[in-house]
Design a protein around this ligand. Structure first.
Ligand SMILES: C[S@@+](CC[C@H](N)C(=O)[O-])C[C@H]1O[C@@H](n2cnc3c(N)ncnc32)[C@H](O)[C@@H]1O
Length: 295
């Protein structure tokens, strides 16, 4: 008996229901509609690496032509990113599973993309700069919200830029797709109301704060000393500075020039965490509780 292949629209709806369970569409009906409208599978290359090592210690390849059902289910796993490039393209997917974990491009997890867009909260008609086009998927979601001619997306890798532009155009999305270093923003399109970075940074690029309007919003993954990134928000002040805060734990590949780790103290972090501020109690039943001494 041949298995019936899953239907992308059904998988998209199931994925949306899971994301709704995390409350990531909260009060953003446009975002739910955009998610249900954009066919994520259109942006995913035929072959991608699955981001967890197999029994042989290598990252397996998912091939749409060989295992269409498995590939499509992976596309709509709410918490799975799919790897589209390793070592800036030096590892070829035609060569099969990869031992290298030097991931340099991916399509981010559906749930994370939705959560970032929820916090970005672009308004209809806003001018938006996206840094890290990747496959073009998150760009398409942005185009669903604001006018495509108000969206600029910047990707540093030429072949990825070209492919993303083609995939977007095939669905009728015509944002400005630029191949450049997104740490410089994109001055000709400034000022922007919103800036979404889908690459992580340790240091906020000054151009971002200059090119976003005062009171506008920057959302970016921000590297922390805790072995994870945190989604950060910043409101530029019009003078090149900004105030903001940290939102949620995420894991992102880093902007190309920011891959080498800088000393945390140089990046403004306090000596963190100060473990002596914490107390630890364990109940006879084995329940652990950590508290700050004053809370
Ligand atoms: C996590 S992927 C982006 C995922 C993408 N938003 C999507 O929906 O497919 C990060 C992308 O940022 C790109 N990138 C890294 N450094 C960059 C930079 N300085 N400027 C622009 N793009 C950069 C990488 O080449 C990669 O394609």
């Amino acid at each position: 008996m041949t298995a019936i292949p899953p239907n992308p629209a059904d998988l998209r709806r199931e994925c949306a229901a899971a994301i709704a369970g995390y409350r990531y569409f909260d009060e953003r009906e446009w975002l739910r509609e955009a998610f249900l409208t954009v066919p994520r599978e259109h942006f995913v290359p035929r072959r991608v690496w699955w981001p967890r090592r197999g029994d042989d210690g290598r990252y397996p390849v998912l091939d749409r032509d060989e295992q269409p059902g498995r590939w499509l289910k992976a596309v709509y796993r709410p918490l799975a990113a799919l790897i589209t490039q390793i070592a800036d393209g030096a590892v070829r997917i035609e060569d099969g599973p990869s031992a290298s974990a030097d991931f340099t491009s991916s399509i981010s997890c559906p749930a994370v993309v939705v959560n970032m867009l929820r916090h970005l909260d672009p308004q209809d008609g806003d001018r938006v700069l996206e840094v890290g086009t990747g496959t073009g998927y998150s760009t398409a979601l942005l185009c669903e919200r604001t006018r495509a001619d108000h969206v600029v997306t910047v990707e540093i890798h030429p072949a990825l830029t070209e492919r993303a532009e083609e995939q977007l155009a095939a669905l009728g999305y015509r944002p400005r797709v630029v191949c450049a270093d997104g740490e410089q923003g994109w001055e000709p399109g400034a000022p922007y109301d919103r800036l979404l970075s889908t690459v992580g940074v340790q240091a906020i690029p000054p151009a971002w704060l200059r090119q976003v309007k005062p009171g506008g919003l920057v959302i970016t993954p921000f590297a922390t000393p805790a072995r994870c990134d945190v989604l950060a928000w910043l409101r530029p002040d019009g003078q090149g500075g900004a105030d903001g805060g940290l939102i949620d734990t995420v894991y992102f590949m880093k902007a190309r020039s920011q891959r080498a780790r800088k000393p945390w103290t140089e990046l403004g972090w306090p000596r963190w965490p100060d473990w002596s501020d914490w107390s630890l109690t364990v109940t006879p039943e084995g329940r652990q509780r950590l508290r700050t001494r004053d809370g």
